[in-house]
Write a protein that binds this ligand. Structure first.
Ligand code: GSH
Length: 205
C-alpha cells in the first residue's frame, strides 16, 4: 500500500484531506519534523512532508504534485478536472499560487525567517515582509472567493483541500488576520467537511 507521510498541523494536511475525500487506500504515517532521527529523513532527503511513497518504492514530493497524482488515481473525480480542460488549468493555477505566494513566499518567511536571512537581528523584518506578502495574497484570494463557496467550478477541489490548510493557519497569526468574513466563512465550510474532521481527529491523536 502507498504511504503518505504527514506531520501534525503541517501543510501535509491538504494531501491528507485529499486522500480521505478521494477514498484512496493510502496508509497515513505521522512523522516528526526537524528532529534528528525522524523517519522522514529516510524517506525524503529534504526531511519534509508531505511525501508519498508508492507501492514500488517510488517517491513523489511537493504538495501540488501529490494532490494531482492522488486525484488522477480516481478518473472523473470532481476534485480535479480532465486533462486539457480549462478547469484543470484553473485548479493548477491555484495550486501553484497557494504553494508559492502563500506557503513559501509568505508563511515560510513568517514561521522560518532564518531560511531567508542568517542574522537573527533581521528576522523581525523578514517576518514583517512575510506578513505584507501574506496580506496581498489573501486579498487576491478574498476577492476571488467573494460570492463563491470554493475556488473553481462551484465545487470542492484539490485546490480547496490545499487552500484550507493555510486559511486555517491564519488564526495563529492574531486578530489582524482573522477579520475577513469571506475567509472566515471559507474556513468554516472547510472545517465542516467530514474529511477535514476525520483528518483533524487523526492528526491530533
Ligand atoms: N514545497 C513543499 C514544502 C513542504 C514543506 O515545507 N513542508 C514543511 C511542513 S509545512 C516541512 O516539512 N518542514 C520541515 C523542514 O523544512 O525541515 C511542498 O509544497 O510540499
Amino acid at each position: 500500500m502507498s504511504k503518505l507521510y504527514i506531520a501534525r498541523g503541517a501543510c501535509s494536511f491538504g494531501t491528507h484531506v485529499a486522500v480521505r475525500e478521494l477514498g484512496l487506500p493510502v496508509e497515513l504515517v505521522k512523522v516528526k519534523l526537524r528532529e534528528p532521527g525522524s523517519l522522514i529523513y529516510q524517506v525524503n532527503p529534504l526531511g519534509r512532508v508531505p511525501a508519498l511513497q508508492l507501492d514500488d518504492g517510488a517517491l513523489i514530493t511537493e504538495s501540488t504534485a501529490i494532490l494531482q497524482y492522488l486525484a488522477d488515481q480516481v478518473p472523473g473525480t470532481p476534485l480535479f478536472a480532465p486533462a486539457g480542460s480549462i478547469e484543470r488549468g484553473q485548479i493548477q493555477s491555484w495550486l501553484s499560487y497557494i504553494g508559492t505566494e502563500i506557503h513559501v513566499g509568505s508563511f515560510r518567511a513568517i514561521n522560518r525567517p532564518e531560511r531567508y536571512h542568517p542574522d537573527p537581528a533581521e528576522h523581525t523584518l523578514v517576518r514583517e515582509r512575510g506578513a505584507v506578502q501574506l496580506k496581498a495574497g489573501l486579498s487576491h484570494i478574498e476577492k476571488h472567493l467573494t460570492g463563491r463557496q470554493w475556488l473553481v467550478g462551484e465545487r470542492f477541489t484539490i485546490a480547496d483541500a490545499y487552500l484550507g490548510v493555510f486559511i486555517g493557519w491564519l488564526a495563529r497569526l492574531g486578530p489582524e488576520f482573522a477579520d475577513s468574513a469571506v475567509l472566515n466563512g471559507y474556513r468554516e465550510a472547510y472545517r465542516a467537511r467530514p474529511s477535514v474532521q476525520a483528518a483533524l481527529a487523526f492528526e491530533q491523536d
